[in-house]
Ligand binder design. Sequence first.
Ligand code: BGC
Length: 381
Amino acid sequence: MELNRRTLLTGAAAAGVTAAAGGAAHAAGGRKPVKSLFGTLADGTKVYRWSLENGGTRLKVLSYGGIVQSLEIPDRRGRYANVSLGFGSLQDYVTKSPYFGALIGRYGNRIGAGRFTLDGRTYQLSVNDDANSLHGGAQGFDKRVWDVEPFTRGTDVGLRLSYTSADGEMGYPGTLRTKVTYTLTRSGDWRIDYEATTDRATVCNLTSHVYFNLAGEGSGPVYGHELSIAASRYTPVDPGLIPTGELAEVAGTPFDFRRARTVGEDIRVAHPQLLHGKGLDHNWVLDKGVTGRPEHIATLRDPASGRTMRIATTEPGLQFYSGNFLDGSLVGTGGSVYRQGDGLCLETQHFPDSPNRPSFPSTVLRPGQVHRSTTVHSFSA
Ligand code: BGC
C-alpha cells in the first residue's frame, strides 16, 4: 500500500516513533531551522550544521559545500533512516569526500581537457580528473563556505544558501552570484531551486551530489533498488567519461530504465560503455527536455522498506552514477565502511561537456540573464 505523507505522520506518532535529537517541528508548517557548530576549518572559519524538518522529512545541511549531511525519511512502518551517504566529521568532508551530499558548481560533471571556447576566447579550467575538469575543478562549490539564511514561508521551511564565485575562479570567466534554496514543504518534499547571474559571459551547470541508499546509509549495496528514468536516449562516453557527442537509444541496452527495474540487473553485463565507468555513470537524455516547470523524470524505490523517492526537474539531463568508485576506504556517518554500489547519485543537470558540444542544450550564461533550475524530491513509503 502506498501511504501518503500525512498518513505516515499519524502512523509514526501512533507507533511512538520519536523525533530527532534536539527536538523537531511536527506536521505542517514546521518551525525555523536550528543551527549548531559542526566544525572549524584550518583557517579558523566556523562551519555550521542546520537541522530542519517538515512533513516527516528531516534534513541536516552544512554551510561547507551546502552539503546534505543527513536526510532522514520513514519506511512504511514509520521507522526513520538516514538515506544519504556522508560523514560524521568536517575533517572527513574536507580531506576525502567524493562529493557526498554536496552542491556542485560551477559545472556539474566533466568538461573535456578542462577547456572550452566562448565568444572566440579559450578558457583553461582547473583540471582535477586526469586531463579533465570534474564538478567545477579542484576547489569547486562543494569546498566553499556558503552564507546560509533560514526561513519559514507559510507552511514551508528552508535555507537560502549563497556563494559568489570570483571572476577567474577555477578558470571560469565572470563573477558568478549563486543562490540555492533548499525547501522542505508540508508534504515532506525536498525542493532545490538554483539561481545564478554573471557579469561576463560564462557557462553554468549546477547540481546536487547526494548519494542515496533508501535502505539506509551503510546498509549495503543499492543493487536491489528499483529505478525508472523517463529517457529513451543517453550520452555514450569515451574512456575518460567525456560524451562522444552521440545520443544513443537505450532500447535493448543496460541503459533502458524506461520501465522500473533493479539497479543491479545489468550492472555486470559486458557492455563496452559499462567498462568505462566501472558500472553505470552516464547522462540520460530526459525525454521531456528543458522545461519551465519541474516534471517527473525518475522514481527510485527500495522494495524492502517501501521507501520511494520521485524526482521532478526542469533540467534536460540526469547523471545516474551507481557509486562505482566507492572502494571500501571510507567510513560513513553510521560507522560502516562504504563499498562499491553502496549508494547511487541521480544528478539533474545539463549534459557533461556541453561547452564543447554545440548540439547539446546550451549552458552559456550571459550578463542580464538569470540561470534558473529546480529539482523536487518527493518521498513516500
Ligand atoms: C560522476 C562520477 C564521479 C563522481 C565523483 C559523478 O557525478 O559521474 O564519474 O566519479 O561524480 O564522486
